[in-house]
Design a protein around this ligand. Structure first.
Ligand code: COA
Length: 441
């Protein structure tokens, strides 16, 4: 798994920052590397026997680089997203999810032989152990599919105990292939479970997304015949979700992975992070919002409410993108392809009109609020007959290669240590414990 250094950005190291500690008058010169100073260098400021030195307080890591990474590049101001240097638009237009997965994991596009072997290996590993199926069948009849997915991915670690050998490249590759291969199986079974339908085994004559559709929707027909336009749209959606640098779930994978646990456990931590509404749940909120608006003539009233601070325009705005989210543009196009098969989702008209009005309104323009990836994705998922609980499962399947690429980078990174942030302690100190019988007497 080598990666070419062809297009790497040079590391800039010849700059410094001078810091004056006004408590003592001492000055410190800190090295600036690639626009960052080392927190450990800050720790030398004011350090004495009694004082641990200056630390950085940054809940939510909003301005803390936790790693050096060569996987994904984002320029939020310009609306740029690149995987391993390739623009997302080109990958969505001309690549496939499995090729993108190869790119993310290996750092380079595959040759024809490498590609064919990769697709073969992933197809070969789509089945899961029957005991894992029994485990999934043990969930309550209405279990949330994300809860099932995160548990079953975690459970995979017990089926492949050799996965603990994380420093063995061959073992690592085997688990990576297994996980990318089995995620659609586990995701589809989680979906069927709540519907009381039998789990459908993989059909390895179909492509990755065709097989996924088959496991989701096949009933009594001997062979499921997926619509290639839907399979393609789903493939594009998976590509768009494949990585997004150090987001909450990727940080969870890295943080848990830093204890050198097996990759199944680390990825299940990522799925758990994605389960939360602040991470993977916005597209569902968009659907609810569009349904509530109901008709186009209600849009101006709704927009006024947003501007008055009554609520948010869901699917707009992003912590990183201060421009049109490049993924939103691609999804908008995929909508047309899907609706050609399924018929137009009536909410699309409202969404388009809402976007048009918002993009011309001073409130949204001045705050750089543009549609994000979730604005249109829920409409497609709904047209594909996915209930909202499944939206994040689809996200997790797409994100798996990204989590694994970041995990690989972590395992090989000599600078990485077990993740263990500092705290600023605000509680009591040196209280004297009084036994219960005396306190309650
Ligand atoms: C994504 C999001 C959490 C980013 O938040 P953030 O980077 O912390 O941005 P802020 O909350 O600081 O927003 C900056 C300003 O824009 C406003 N704003 C941000 N998103 C808004 C939205 N969707 N609708 C209306 N106003 C919004 C904020 O109220 C704030 O206004 P102010 O300066 O008058 O106080 C936020 O845009 C949001 O909640 N969007 C809707 C939910 C969503 O679509 N999430 C999916 C993200 S992929």
């Amino acid at each position: 798994m080598t990666r070419s250094a062809r297009h790497r950005r040079p590391i800039v190291t010849d700059q410094t920052l001078t810091v004056r500690d006004n408590r003592t008058g001492d000055e410190y010169e800190l090295e600036i590397t690639d626009g960052t100073v080392r927190a450990s260098d800050l720790g030398k400021i004011g350090k004495t026997e009694d004082d641990p030195g200056i630390a950085v307080y940054d809940p939510g890591f909003t301005n803390t680089a936790s790693t050096r990474s060569a996987v994904t590049f984002i320029d939020g101001e310009k609306g740029i997203l690149e995987y391993r240097g390739y623009p997302i638009e080109q990958l969505a237009e001309s690549s496939t999810f499995l090729e993108v997965a190869y790119l993310l994991i290996h750092g380079e596009l595959p040759t024809k032989e490498q590609h064919d072997q990769w697709v073969h290996d992933i197809t070969f590993h789509t089945f899961v152990h029957e005991n894992l199926k029994s485990l999934m069948q043990g969930f309550r009849y209405d279990a949330h599919p994300m809860g099932m997915l995160l548990s079953s991915v975690g459970a995979l670690s017990t089926f492949y105990p050799e996965a603990r050998a994380i420093h063995d490249p061959d073992v690592r590759r085997e688990q990576i292939v297994r996980m990318i291969a089995k995620m659609p199986t586990l995701g589809a079974w989680s979906f069927r479970h709540a519907q009381g339908k039998p789990y459908v085994y993989p059909d390895n004559e179909l492509s990755y997304t065709e097989n996924f559709l088959s496991m989701l929707f096949k009933m009594s027909e001997p062979k499921y015949d997926p619509d290639p336009r839907l399979a393609k749209a789903l493939d594009v959606l998976l590509i768009l979700h494949a990585d997004h640098e150090q987001n909450c779930s990727t940080n969870a994978v890295r943080s848990v992975g830093s204890s050198q646990v097996d990759p199944y456990s680390a990825v299940s931590a990522g799925i758990a992070a994605l389960y939360g509404p602040l991470h993977g749940g916005a597209n569902e909120a968009v659907l609810r919002m569009l349904k509530r608006i109901g008709t186009k003539d209600k849009i101006p009233e709704f927009i006024e409410g947003v501007k008055n601070g009554d609520e948010k325009l869901m699917g707009f705005g992003h912590r990183v993108y201060k421009n049109y989210d490049p993924r939103a543009k691609i999804i908008k196009k995929a909508c047309d392809d899907v609706f050609e098969v399924t018929g137009v989702n009536p909410l699309l008209e409202i969404a388009q009109e809402l976007e048009k009005i918002a993009l011309e309104d001073e409130y949204f323009v001045s705050r750089k609020l543009y549609p994000n990836v979730d604005f249109y994705s829920g409409l497609i998922y709904e047209a594909l007959q996915f209930p909202p609980e499944m939206f994040t499962v689809l996200f997790a399947i797409g994100r798996t290669p990204g989590w694994l690429a970041q995990w690989l980078e972590l395992v090989d990174d000599k600078e990485q240590k077990i993740a263990r942030p500092k705290q600023v302690y605000t509680g009591d100190r040196t209280l004297e414990f009084v036994p219960a019988e005396q306190r309650w007497a």
